[in-house]
Structure formats: C-alpha cells, structure tokens
Design a binder for this molecule. Structure first.
Ligand code: AMP
Length: 592
C-alpha cells in the first residue's frame, strides 16, 4: 500500500495529464498482475469493481470518529484541518502521529474492504475499519480513506487509468476502453490487456454502461443547426434509468449507476418476456389514460407521423414532485404504489440478443427498439428482481392490475424548421413535459459523453431572487473559498431557507464574495458560516417541490445561480407567496 500511496502523491503533484498517465503506467508495470489489477480499481477511486453491487456502507462520520480516536486530536483541531482541504483522507495524514501504524499491504486492504462490506452493523464495521487504519501508516491511511469515500482527488479520472493500462500493456486505448465498458471492471481489464486477451471481453449484464448526455440549446434555430436529420422527443421530467433484461431477470440502474429496482417493484414485470436487452429511458410518474388503465402493455410508437397521433392515448407524465416519493425507498408501500404510479419511457437500446448496438446509428437503434417493444413477448416468465419485490410487499398472486406499470416507447417526432420545433416544444410543455430532446439520427450512442448529437431544449420555469443566509467552503478547485450558498425568501418579516446552490458564479465573483462573507459572518460553525442577510442572488431551477429539508417547506430541483443582484436590496427579494404561486402554476401546468 505504501508504493500505491507514493504513486498517488506523485500523480497529485503534477497537473499534466500525460505525466499522470506515465506515472500510473510505470507503477502498474512495477507490480505483480494481482496487485496491479487491484490498484487499477483503487486508482479509479473505488474499493470494488464497478459491476459489483458491493458497497462498504461506511459513512464519513464513522471515519471521522476513528480518525479522531487514533489521532487523539480535539474536534476543533480536526475541523480546522478539514477546513483547509475539505478532504478527510488529507486530514488523517496531517493529524495522525508520524510513526502510527507499521504499514499494510495492498492485498490486505483489498481483503479488509471485502470484510467491511460484508460485516453487519456499525459496531462490526467500526472494529474492522479501526483495525485497518490503526495498522496503516498515515500516508497509507490518507489513500485508504480517500478510496473508502469514493474520490482520490488526485486529478485521475477512470479514463486516465484506461490510458495508463493501454500504455502499460501496449494495447490500443479504444480496446481497453471498450473492454472496461463491457466488463465494468478496470482490474479485469488490466489483466486481459497484459495477457493480450482484450478481445475476449464480453458484455457483462447488470452493471450500467455510461449514459449519453445532452447539450443545451437556447433557441429552435440552434436546435436544428448541428445536424441534418433530427428526431425529436419530449423531454420527460423523471429519472434516467438503464434497464437490463437477461434470462428473465430485470434490473434498473440510475444515472449514478446505482441499482434502483427496489424503488420500482412494478417495473420489472413490464419488461419481462423481452429478449436480452439493455434499454435507455426515463422513469416518470405517470397518469394512465383510461384506455390503458386495465392493460398497460407495451405501447409502440415508431418513427412516423402516427407517433404524434398516438401520443395523447398513452397517458401523460405527472410532475417530478410526485415521482419524488418513490425515490430512495427500499420498500414501497401499497399506498405509494397506488398514489404514484410510474411508467418507463424507453427511448434507446444499447444491446440486444448478444449484440452491442452503441456503434449503430440512432436510426437503426430506434428501429430495433420499435421492433423489440412491439413484438409479442416471449414466454412470460415472472421477472426476477434480486429481492422479490412482490414478496416484500406481501401481495398474493395475481397482483392487482393497478400496480402494473408500462414500458412505453417514447413517441418520436420530426421537425424540419424552427417553427415546427417551436410547435412541438409548446405541445410537449402542454403535455406537462419539460421541453424537447433533439437527436441526430446518424449518431452512435456515446456512453458518458455530452456532445452535440443529443440536444435539450427547455425553458426555465421561473427564477427567484433570494437572499444568502449561510455559506460553506467548497470542494475541488473551490477549496478555501466560500462557494456553497444557502438562500432564503421572505415569509412576512422572516427569511426562510429554500435551497442551496454552488454553481453559476465566476471565480472572481466567488473570491470577492468570500472576502465579504468572512467580514460579515454572524456565526462561524466550522466549515459553515451564517452570514448577514445582505446578498441577493437570482437563481434558476428545474422544478419546485414540497420538502422538509428547508424551513420554507419547499425545495428547488437543480438550483443554479444565474447572477448576483447587487442592484437589489434584500428587502426586494421574493416572498413565500411567489414561491407558492410558482409551485401551483407548475402543478396546474403538469396536472391534468
Ligand atoms: P438534463 O438533466 O437537463 O441535463 O437533461 C438530460 C436528461 O433529460 C437526461 O439525463 C434524461 O434523464 C432526461 N430525459 C428526459 N427525456 C429524455 C429523452 N426523451 N431522451 C433523453 N433524455 C431524456
């Protein structure tokens, strides 16, 4: 582990990508294949390969407590150290006694990570973590903690590790990248690369492939300016989900690549009987129209005029705030299933019956998706989730039809002029959707890329003028500056918090604001400060929901700072009445 940690220090010490890659490649080549495979996983900032569902389940608080205990430092010493870097691993290296721990090997760390993951309960986990950290040197502890918290912060993305594997093994980068995407295991990718067996890598189902992302456009003209042959879909306000179907098993993965099947126990059945596929789509809170209520089956809407004609019959999306009650739940009550039904709006297909389709143009993928979703289903095997969702709900078979969900082929439209696009945009918003997605029919599926082949067109719901009430130190390149702002609106003569945002201001503005906030702090709470309510910001957001997170009773989805409003006094900031008004308007726009 010492050599690993030293390599990480060297990687952190240079900002040059090529140098980072060369250091990683040199380090990997200096280790045994087993150690280099484990190191590849650790260097991508993870304790376990991506495809595994294993997680450590060790929170920052537990680590903080153990570092405090092993270093015998006071809370305020730790907080002071933390404020400098915002990184508990770095804090540990600073506060632990120099000669603490005799050192641990990489294989020991890897084994202990597995034991920690399988240990039940905080006491068992704490004992194992304490054992590990008390044996490691301060420098080793620094990187063990960073891996445990999921971010090395040495400017090394997984793609650079892929680059380094290519360099270390002499294999082309594209083949290393492809094998890692298929396997979801950068350690195994290393092994295959050095054994010259990358072509043996096969798609491993049930780990998420990177999601293709979209770039924003500001006008219908811009929306049609990047490519000739565009297909247009509604932009649904739900959560992105990749569905994997194989051997009668169905799992859904979120954009953060976490498995979310348990939160949507009615969805696997909607996909059962499909051949082995990976679909891309959006899970949306859905109002089933009466035609669909009894038998929400697959609704096919191929690339044709008829798609538009069919759209009204599919039912319609409901606001994100309704879907919210479905998120992050391990067990979903019958009441919630009843009050917040969902649908899976499928818009792409990445894999079908043994073939990876990402290199096919969207035109072909769309046809394959249409065909697969409209074909009669194969023998109907009940979809198996890992933990039988029906079982956990305690329903007797057959389940009530009200809990059946649909997979719906997201309707596609064509637009050849800005006017047509504008009309589709208005129609999408009238259906309660956020706006439009405009996609290049000749483009391949580019996992993890935000390019100009997928464009998103939406308008801000509204903006709010808010007053900053508390500030926090940032992370990454924002370490040491106060860049995270909690903000409020007026409720009578009281300011009530409604959100927190950290993006949107320039570095110069943040530097200036940091100075101002340091001079106008009311209470220093460590890495957070309450400040005088003088600064007004204009913030945009995608959506508003009721929430207990802030004392206003509302929260904003994806809040971002548009600009500082030095021209406004705090008294001129928005009120809770206006917040309610926006919330109601959004509900009535999206609720039939
Ligand atoms: P944004 O989150 O604003 O960057 O917009 C991109 C997101 O829109 C995607 O990650 C999806 O979750 C969502 N989305 C909704 N409808 C679609 C669609 N038809 N095609 C692709 N993405 C969609």
């Amino acid at each position: 582990m010492r050599r690993f940690a030293e390599a990480c220090e060297a990687i952190a010490a240079t900002t040059k990508k090529l140098q980072k890659i060369a250091i990683v490649a040199g380090y990997l080549n200096s280790r045994s294949v087993d150690e280099a495979a484990i190191s590849s996983v650790f260097l991508s900032g993870k304790p376990f390969p991506a495809w595994e569902e294993t997680t450590l389940q060790v929170g920052g608080t537990l680590l903080w407590r153990i570092v405090a205990e092993l270093s015998a430092k006071s809370e305020s010493d730790l907080t002071a150290a933390y404020r400098k870097t915002g990184d508990l691993g770095a804090v540990a290296a600073e506060v632990l006694p120099e000669h603490a721990g005799e050192g641990v090997s990489l294989l020991e760390v890897s084994n202990l990570f597995r034991q920690i993951a399988s240990a039940r309960g905080p006491a068992a986990k704490t004992a194992l973590v304490r054992d590990l950290l008390s044996r490691a040197t301060p420098l080793e502890t620094k990187y063990i903690i960073k891996i445990m918290t999921g971010d090395l912060r040495i400017g090394l993305k997984e793609s650079l590790v892929e680059d380094a594997i290519a360099q270390a093994s002499g294999a082309p980068f594209s083949r290393v990248q492809r094998a890692n995407m298929l396997l979801g295991d950068i350690g195994e990718t290393f092994r295959l690369a050095v054994e010259h067996k990358l072509n043996e890598a096969k798609m491993r189902m049930f780990h998420a492939i990177g999601f293709m992302l979209a770039s924003p456009v500001d006008s219908p003209e811009e929306g049609l300016s990047y490519f000739a042959d565009a297909t247009v879909e509604d932009k649904y306000d739900g959560i992105r989900a990749q569905a994997h179907v194989a051997d009668g098993e169905v799992k859904f993965f979120s954009r953060t690549r976490d498995e979310i099947t348990e939160s949507f126990p009615e969805l696997p059945d909607a996909l059962s009987g499909l051949p082995d596929v990976i679909l891309d789509g959006e899970i949306v809170a859905w109002q089933y129209s009466s035609e669909l209520a009894g038998s929400p089956e697959v609704v096919d809407a191929p690339l044709s005029e008829s798609a538009e004609a069919k759209a009204p019959n599919l039912g319609r999306a409901r606001p994100f705030s309704i879907l919210q009650q479905r998120l992050g739940r391990k067990k979903v009550s019958e009441k919630v299933l009843r009050s917040a039904p969902v649908a899976y709006l499928a818009f792409d297909i990445l894999y079908a019956r043994g073939d990876l389709l990402i290199d096919c143009p969207l035109r072909e993928r769309a046809q394959i998706l249409d065909k697969i979703l409209s074909a009669p289903r194969g023998e109907h095997r009940p979809a198996r989730g890992k933990s039988s969702p029906q079982g956990s709900l305690g329903f007797d078979e057959p389940r009530p039809t009200t809990f059946t969900a649909a997979v719906i082929r997201a309707p596609t439209f064509r637009a050849s002029s800005p006017d047509e696009l504008e009309t589709l945009f208005a129609a999408a918003q009238a259906r309660g959707n956020e706006g439009l997605m405009i996609k290049d029919l000749s483009s391949p599926y580019q996992p993890g890329k935000r390019g100009k082949s997928w464009l998103k067109m939406k308008r801000e719901l509204a903006t709010l003028d808010v007053v900053v009430t508390a500030v926090e130190y940032g992370h990454g390149k924002r370490v040491g500056v106060l860049s995270d702002y909690t903000f409020a609106v007026w409720n009578g003569d009281q300011l009530v918090n409604i959100g927190k945002a950290y993006s949107g201001l320039t570095d110069a503005e943040i530097t200036e604001m940091t100075k101002w906030f340091l001079d106008h702090t009311i209470e220093d709470q460590g890495f957070r400060r309450t400040v005088e309510a003088k600064i007004v910001l204009e913030v945009a957001f995608n959506n508003m929901m009721k929430s207990n997170r802030h004392d206003s009773g509302y929260a904003l989805r994806f809040p971002r700072i548009i600009r500082l409003r030095p021209d406004k006094s705090p008294q001129e900031a928005d009120t809770i009445e206006r917040v309610r008004e926006i919330f109601e308007r959004q509900g009535s726009a999206t609720n039939p």
